[in-house]
Each structure stands twice: as structure tokens, then as C-alpha cells.
Ligand binder design. Structure first.
Ligand code: RP5
Length: 166
């Protein structure tokens, strides 16, 4: 991780979300983009949410990745209180496999946007890649690292399938 002030805040509603959101953290680390991860629950720690969201820009964050499951208010409530871009990651819930999380996050009424990613690990990884792409607009070093990351991904895809052990 870079020694500079972290550009990305990764927030999540519960410790139980970390297993998913760690994929965003790992992806940012692979791109050498600084981040800080915090647990902030919209319903269990509402004052912590207000304090974080209203102060996030002044803290130096540029992008917020917010993961939550179930009745997932965290990304939308955060977006309501900050001008920073917020990317929402629907965490896969036990009861409804994350469909509740997805619909809670994606269906923002017009006026306050949340960029919503896929349910679970894919969404967490892609939230980090999207954050990198936004930061890359004004940072050539990040742009180069993102290009390299994508080139490595392409190079890792085989041309032909093989039989895998059962
Ligand atoms: C949400 O409730 C969290 O984002 C989490 O996905 C879900 C369950 O939380 P725990 O009961 O596991 O703490 O607020």
C-alpha cells in the first residue's frame, strides 16, 4: 500500500462483510492504491455513519466503496451525505442470496447516485477496479498499473480448454 493518504475508503456494515470486501482491499493493494477499511453500520452505528460521510472528503478520501447486505442502506445513506463518488457492493445475504442487498443498493431514486456492482466477490473486485479507473484519469502511474493488471489478466486466459480433474 502507498504511504500517501488513502484515496479510497472501504466501508462495510458488519465484520461479517469483510470476507467479501477484503476482495476490494486485495485488488487495491495489487494496484498499489491506498485504502482504509472501516466498519460503519447505517442502523447499528448511525452516528458513526454521519460523522464519516460528512467528513470523508475533508479526510482526503476521493472514492468510497460501501458494502452491505440485506436491507443495505449504507451505500445510499453515505452517498446522501457526501459529494464523493460511492460504489455499492451488495453482500451475499444468507436469506435471499444477496438479491435483497442488490435491490436495496441499486434502486436509488433519482438525485443521489450509487454506482452499483455485482453481488459478492465479483462486485467487490470490480468496485476496486472502477475506483482505480476513476483515479487513473488524473494519475498516470495508476493508469499504467491498471493497464498492466488487465494485460496480466488477459495473458492468464488459456486459448483452449482442458479437462479438469473431477
Ligand atoms: C448488514 O447486515 C451488514 O452489511 C451485513 O451484511 C448484514 C448482517 O450483519 P451481521 O448480522 O452479520 O452483523 O448490516
Amino acid at each position: 500500500m502507498s504511504a500517501e493518504r488513502p484515496a479510497v475508503a472501504i466501508i462495510m456494515g458488519s465484520q461479517s462483510d469483510w470476507e467479501t470486501m477484503k476482495n476490494a482491499a486485495d485488488t487495491l493493494e495489487a494496484l498499489d492504491i491506498g485504502y482504509e477499511a472501516r466498519i460503519i453500520s447505517a442502523h447499528r452505528t448511525p452516528e458513526r455513519l454521519v460523522s464519516f460521510a460528512t467528513g470523508a472528503r475533508d479526510e482526503g478520501f476521493k472514492i468510497i466503496i460501501a458494502g452491505a447486505g440485506g436491507a443495505a442502506h449504507l451505500p445510499g445513506m453515505t452517498a446522501a451525505m457526501t459529494p464523493l463518488p460511492v460504489f455499492g457492493v451488495p453482500v451475499q445475504s444468507k436469506a435471499l442470496s444477496g438479491q435483497d442487498s442488490l435491490l436495496s443498493i441499486v434502486q436509488m431514486p433519482a438525485g443521489i447516485p450509487v454506482g452499483t456492482l455485482a453481488i459478492g466477490k465479483a462486485g467487490a473486485v470490480n468496485a476496486a477496479l472502477l475506483a482505480a479507473a476513476v483515479l487513473a484519469l488524473h494519475d498516470e502511474e495508476i493508469a499504467d498499473r491498471l493497464d498492466e493488471w488487465r494485460a496480466r489478466q488477459s495473458a492468464a486466459v488459456a486459448n483452449y480448454p482442458i479437462d479438469e480433474a473431477p
